[in-house]
Design a protein. Structure first.
Length: 655
């Protein structure tokens, strides 16, 4: 052991003082300045004015130490030498040390203010817990749906003014810059409040006034996992923290909407929160959307309009006691600017959708109508029909369409945690047998183990595995692409960001595109991306694109504003029951020619389906045509052989 060093002891003592804060740092510097002034006064004592005395000489030294302007006023070699040393020392002590302490103190306080640590004093606002790849689309979508938001806040007893608080764990200046550069958020910066803190911390939740909010949105993380805690575990912990906070404060829990990626944890999330809650099963929903896109090429165009606020047509929920006791056939003709799609009924506390219902079904008082309309005013506009019922659709004797589905072969490129749910979605399509081949750089043994843990056997779903690098040209050339009816390219979640995942996916897509240029085979291609900005990089190319984080962000906002919407989307995007599909005109007994939209929808009703719009797709690629949803019902359309009717029907089923 080394012997005691007094200088080390002094250094240790000073360190203990400095870490205690700015006040103690000032005390140390004041002591040092006082000692230097005392020593300087003693050195020149007796060499100047004899009447000054020791206190006068100490004051003389302090003035030279603090103000270099006195340097030329002294006489005598000794006094000038001491004065010069004191003046140079003053640059270090006053202009160096003191200014540095003040600068650090001011910088700490400015950074503290930038972090947003002060609790907000708001009520009936919307809180987003966490900054993820979902957050910016959430903010943008909330402002685009401002009309719906105001109606939602009014129902909650609020003033109707939209104010959003975002609780971000790492509140960096880059986040505020993202808001300033976004064309939608930039216009509403004064109503977006950023707070710093972890949603897992009870005290930090107070900064966002969560218990006084009209709605809480808890998006999941796809990338940047920390440690061994998954996104779902974090969400469940947040719900428990909110429960605890409400219990301690004696307040009711606000309405919350959250996303859970693992289907097995959905029930746990519901048990963790004792207030009104809607849980979006992210992996399952996106997987079913992918399968529906493969079953119905062109569906991505319909979803792009249905899920985006402010773009074309959206689903609206409308309640009115006027409809109680009436049959569906009596009211669906009365919406002149909207398309009646069905209704949602609350059965034993659960919202149950009845989409494309029979004309004779009777509505109850609390039923919420589902209407496709350009705005809420159009959805509410109802003119009772002169007819007591629609004579063409009053009968239950519907001529349901029949289809013979052949076996489909699908190549899945890439790997992510949603593959098990994707295979389940394929299995749910009982009318169409699927052969799945998974082409990924992940070792086959790991894939089989993950599927086994998810409850799959090695040979379930006729699933085979290929191991190769998806960006390798040689690997793509070794594939027999002609045997696949569809190709699904999955965005990997094993990388650190969506940009890296999209780079791999797009590189593989370009390899695929080059190989298909020299062949007559045209499989349906569905490309999943993670970053919305990458959509325009590919431009207009073969196939369809799905941006999963953007899709889930839109869904979170829809469900936050109207809870019944989640049941509607669940009902539409699944393989069993009513779904959005496409029909050739001749399937409904229509030939090429001119028809009004009203005539078309009546003809479609005869066969138990609901007409939503028309897709004109001359090239037959599914995503390159023009889509018209819910047009003016008096508008006349000239149908060609390549046109498709967009309907709510049953794909490959007999009703």
């Amino acid at each position: 052991m080394k012997s005691f060093n007094p200088f080390q002891g002094l250094r240790y003592f000073l360190e203990r003082l400095f870490v205690r804060g700015t006040f103690y740092q000032f005390l140390v510097m004041a002591f040092v300045i006082g000692m230097v002034s005392l020593v300087g006064g003693l050195l020149v004592y007796g060499s100047g004015d004899p009447d000054a005395g020791l206190p006068g000489e100490i004051w003389w030294a302090f003035l030279r130490l603090s103000d270099p302007g006195y340097l030329g006023d002294d006489e005598g070699l000794w006094r000038r030498s001491v004065s010069t040393v004191l003046t140079v020392g003053g640059y270090v002590l006053f202009l160096g040390a003191l200014v540095a302490i003040l600068t650090q103190w001011l910088g700490r306080h400015m950074r503290s203010l930038e972090k947003g640590l002060t609790p907000v004093r708001l009520r009936h606002h919307i809180v987003i817990l966490g900054w993820t790849d979902r957050t910016l689309p959430l903010l943008r979508e909330l402002w685009l749906a401002e009309g719906r938001v105001k109606r939602f806040l009014s129902r909650m007893g609020g003033p109707g003014r939209l104010r959003i608080v975002v609780l971000a764990e790492d509140l960096q200046p880059e986040l505020a810059e993202e808001l300033r550069t976004d064309p939608v958020c930039r216009k509403n910066l004064n109503s977006i409040i950023l707070r710093s803190g972890s949603a897992l911390n009870n005290e930090h939740l107070n900064r966002a006034a969560c218990l006084h909010a009209a709605a809480l949105l808890v998006p999941a993380r796809t990338y940047e996992y920390t440690g061994g805690v998954s996104s779902d575990v974090e969400v469940i912990k947040i719900l428990l923290a909110l429960n605890s906070q409400a219990s301690e404060a004696g307040l009711h829990l606000p309405y919350a909407v959250t996303e859970i990626q693992d289907t097995k944890k959905v029930l746990i999330a519901r048990r963790a929160f004792h207030g009104p809650l809607e849980v979006i099963d992210g992996n399952s929903f996106v997987s079913r959307m992918m399968v529906q896109n493969l079953r119905n090429p062109g569906l991505s165009m319909v979803c792009l309009e249905l899920f985006n606020h402010g773009i074309g047509q959206n689903f609206y929920i409308h309640r009115d006691s006027l409809f109680e006791g009436k049959e569906v056939g009596q009211i669906r003709m009365g919406f002149s600017r909207a398309t009646f799609c069905g209704f949602v009924r609350k059965c034993e506390g659960v919202f149950t959708p009845f989409l494309n219902p029979p004309a004779t079904m009777i509505l109850q008082g609390e039923d919420a109508l589902v209407l496709l309309a350009p705005d809420y005013g159009s959805a509410r506009r109802f003119i009772p029909s002169e007819e007591q019922n629609d004579p063409e659709t009053a009968s239950d004797d519907k001529k349901h369409l029949q289809h013979q589905s052949k076996r489909q072969s699908v190549l899945v490129v890439g790997w992510s945690h949603r593959i098990p749910e994707l295979l389940r979605a394929f299995s749910a399509c009982g009318d169409t047998p699927y052969e799945i081949c998974i082409f990924s750089s992940r070792p086959v043994e790991e894939r089989l183990q993950l599927l086994k843990e998810a409850g799959f056997s090695d040979h379930e779903n006729s699933c085979t595995h290929l191991h190769a690098e998806v960006t390798s040209e040689e690997a793509w050339r070794s594939l027999n692409l002609s045997r696949y009816d569809s190709i699904l390219m999955i965005s990997s979640d094993r990388l650190s960001s969506g940009e890296e995942a999209d780079a791999r996916t797009m590189a593989g897509y370009l390899q695929l595109e080059a190989l298909l240029e020299n062949t007559d085979h045209c499989p349906h291609i569905l490309l999943e991306l993670s970053d919305p900005n990458n959509r325009r990089l590919l431009g207009s190319r073969r196939g369809e694109m799905m941006i999963s984080p953007l899709l889930l962000s839109h869904l979170l906002v829809h469900v936050a504003l109207r809870r019944e919407i989640l049941a509607v989307f669940h009902g539409l995007f699944r393989a069993t029951g009513p779904e959005i599909t496409f029909r050739r005109p001749e399937e409904h007994g229509l030939s090429t020619g001119s028809f009004s939209f009203d005539t078309l929808r009546r003809q479609v009703w005869k066969q138990g389906e609901t007409l939503l719009g028309i897709l004109s797709d001359k090239e037959g690629e599914g995503s390159s045509g023009s889509l018209i949803l819910n047009p003016d019902h008096r508008a006349v359309f000239h149908l060609e052989s390549w046109d498709r009717l967009v309907v709510i029907g049953t794909h490959g089923r007999h009703g």
